[in-house]
Design a protein around this ligand. Structure first.
Ligand code: GLC
Length: 644
């Protein structure tokens, strides 16, 4: 094998000698990837853990784990790795469509999910995120985000073998399985947690435990409260009087990544999941994984280094796996997690929140600004565009962006919260407040798409808004992600208030059980479910057939009405390579009144445009009607002016 580095630092030398000693045992494929990725991983370890001997030991163990994991990787997954390597941009295609659901709520069990694969194919899903399905505490377990074992499936849902079977069946159907990697914290019932509080050697430093309030008080001077309804601050007290870091619920204890043994342990869990056939890991709560006194303890540089290091481990042992970032933070921070070497795909929380913002204000300016300014991504990465998730909607736009448009961020968030929980006069929305913090005035909003958009309240624009919001998620660039059940306009589920494990967490309002009756009538356009389903599935089909929607490139298009959002999609490299000069012009009206887009505004294009949604062609010399809450996807060509 080639030398890893010319650097003669003792630590580098150690690494080289050690790697050379090991490499004999590797198969050719692993050895090649090891050569490429080990130096990077080693560099990252040194940046995170310095020259610590335990850092070096953990690194050696991680590589051994990776080598073993590759050896154990089932042959079909190795073939799949090769297949993906032939098309590394597979997730940027216009054919991608994600779906998300809870196993129990949607199907009952992992075994029963097989019955829905036919429907997923009918929808065109290529990606399925199953909400947390690991063993977790009885009662409130934060919807499974408190994990007691990463190697055991919640027995009520099935077994790990069934998960692997399902992964294989989905892969066969062209659908990638996505599960959460909840790596910021474990449940307090996890074996490591139990051992840590018991002071078992090797585990004392797996979590952040403090004898008294001195350090917790010092940290809390600069951290923010995430779940204030559950406990103030970032710490909870143990029965013995000590304090333990818990960013989210009191039963979710943050892991201590400053301890290299924690990295090693979690790398083992990650590799285990990779070999079950999981194709994408949703990296939960990435912003919180590193803490430093005097900072917000969010999005610190080490959080990125850790993600990169996990990524390098995967590249060696499960090369086709992707990371999806879940960073619901300031847009400047969201973007930092997205790169080929860190998280290749990411939720797009800004577009999600501003879609709702635009619908409430009937003004597309803030969304237009965000699309023009904050949508671009590094090559080899993609957004995951969603209308809503299993979580609340947080208004994570940048105050400085809003200020440029004369909007005060704080007051605007207040308005949006009031609007979406239905307190604002004339609001069409029925949402629930989540984690309202009287001390800071902060709050977020929960609700299904249909309930937030006005269908629950029987507002005349409700159905159109559901369609419009999804149409945007399908057209700005990136993979649309559907919350399954929203395509048949499922409404809020208020029964959570009667379910003891859920009553205190209003996000359950937007996690209903599979709306079987709505699915039954999905072909009947006399029903709301039928109309929404028909319109959405039509859009999905058009999207799949529109190569301009691949990739992420977006060019703003200005239409003078404030309620109109406009942008152009030139398509990915594929479209350009075919000599295409077409683009898709997207025009959306978030207002309650129709808008006439005049001919002058459209005069930069050839006169005939293909109406992708409505069919036929449009003569742009006549201008265009945009109905209230209407959207158009037009295939246009730039006007070629012949020299006089
Ligand atoms: C993520 C999840 C959310 C959970 C939190 C803590 O934000 O989406 O549901 O409560 O992480 O794990």
């Amino acid at each position: 094998m080639t030398a890893l580095s010319a650097d003669h630092h003792p630590d580098q030398q150690f690494a080289r000698q050690w790697a050379e000693a090991r490499s004999g045992a590797f198969d050719a494929a692993f050895a090649r990837r090891f050569e490429e990725h080990f130096p990077v991983l080693h560099g990252l370890f040194r940046r995170i853990y310095g020259e610590r001997a335990d850092g070096r030991e953990a690194l050696a163990e991680v590589v051994d784990l990776a080598a073993q994991s590759w050896q154990d990787r089932p042959a079909p997954l190795k073939r799949h790795d090769e297949h993906r390597a032939e098309r590394p941009d597979w997730f940027e295609s216009a054919q991608m469509l994600g779906g998300v659901c809870y196993v129990d709520r949607y199907a009952g069990s992992l075994a029963a999910l097989h019955e829905h694969i036919g429907y997923f194919q009918e929808l065109g899903l290529t990606y399925l995120h199953l909400m947390p399905l690991f063993r977790s505490p009885e009662g409130n377990n934060d919807g499974g985000y408190a994990v007691s074992s990463y190697r055991e499936v919640d027995p009520q849902l099935g077994t790990m073998a069934e998960l692997a079977d399902l992964a294989a069946a989905l892969r066969e159907a062209g659908i990638s399985l996505v599960v959460d990697f909840i790596f910021n914290h474990t449940s307090s019932e996890h074996e490591w947690a139990q051992k840590a509080v018991a002071g078992e050697p090797g585990y004392e430093d797996f979590y952040l435990i403090f004898e008294d309030r001195t350090l917790p008080d010092a940290y809390e001077r600069t951290t923010r409260e995430i779940f204030p309804d559950d406990h103030p601050g970032s710490f909870v007290q143990l029965p013995d009087g000590r304090w333990i870091w818990s960013t989210f619920y009191h039963f979710q204890w943050d892991l201590n990544y400053a301890n290299p043994a924690v990295f090693r342990a979690m790398a083992g869990e990650m590799l285990f999941l990779a070999n079950q056939g999981v194709e994408v890991l949703r990296m939960d709560a990435v912003a919180f994984i590193w803490k430093r006194l005097g900072t917000a303890c969010e999005s610190l540089p080490e959080a990125h280094l850790l993600l990169q290091a996990f990524n390098e481990v995967l590249r060696m042992a499960a090369p086709s796996l992707l990371f999806k970032s879940e960073a619901i933070v300031h847009p400047d921070e969201v973007i930092q997690y997205i790169s080929p070497g860190e998280c290749q795909i990411s939720y797009n929380p800004l577009q999600m929140a501003l879609t709702w913002e635009a619908l409430a204000t009937r003004d597309a300016s803030l969304l237009q600004q965000a699309l023009e300014r904050r949508h671009a991504l590094p090559a080899g990465t993609a957004w995951v565009n969603y209308v809503r998730s299993h979580d609340d909607i947080g208004w994570t736009f940048a105050d400085e962006d809003a200020a440029e448009l004369g909007i005060d961020g704080f007051a605007h968030r207040r308005f949006l919260n009031d609007f979406y929980v239905g307190r604002h006069p004339g609001s069409f929305a029925r949402g629930a407040a989540f984690q309202e913090n009287p001390r800071t005035g902060d709050a977020r909003v929960a609700g299904t798409t249909a309930s937030l958009a006005g269908i629950e309240k029987a507002d005349a624009g409700g159905e159109d808004r559901v369609v419009l919001a999804h149409a945007l998620a399908m057209s700005t660039g990136g993979m649309p992600l559907l919350y399954l059940g929203d395509e048949v306009a499922q409404l809020n589920d208020y029964y959570y208030r009667n379910r003891p494990g859920e009553a205190g967490d209003s996000r359950w309002v937007n996690r209903p059980h599979r709306p079987a009756e709505s699915y039954q009538v999905r072909r009947d356009e006399r029903t709301v479910a039928g109309r929404v389903f028909t319109r959405l599935t039509h859009l999905l089909q058009v999207r799949r057939e529109t190569p301009e929607f691949a990739g992420n490139e977006l060019i703003g298009f200005h239409e003078p009405h404030r309620s109109v959002l406009g942008f152009q999609r030139p398509g990915g490299a594929g479209v350009q390579a075919r000599g295409g000069v077409t683009r898709v012009l997207v025009l959306a009206n978030v207002g309650d009144d129709p808008v006439h887009v005049d001919a002058v505004t459209l005069s930069g294009f050839e006169v005939l445009a293909e109406d992708l949604i409505g069919g036929g062609t449009r003569d742009l010399r006549e201008g265009l009607e945009l109905p209230a809450h209407g959207i158009r996807w037009l295939r246009v060509s730039e006007r070629v002016t012949t020299p006089a």
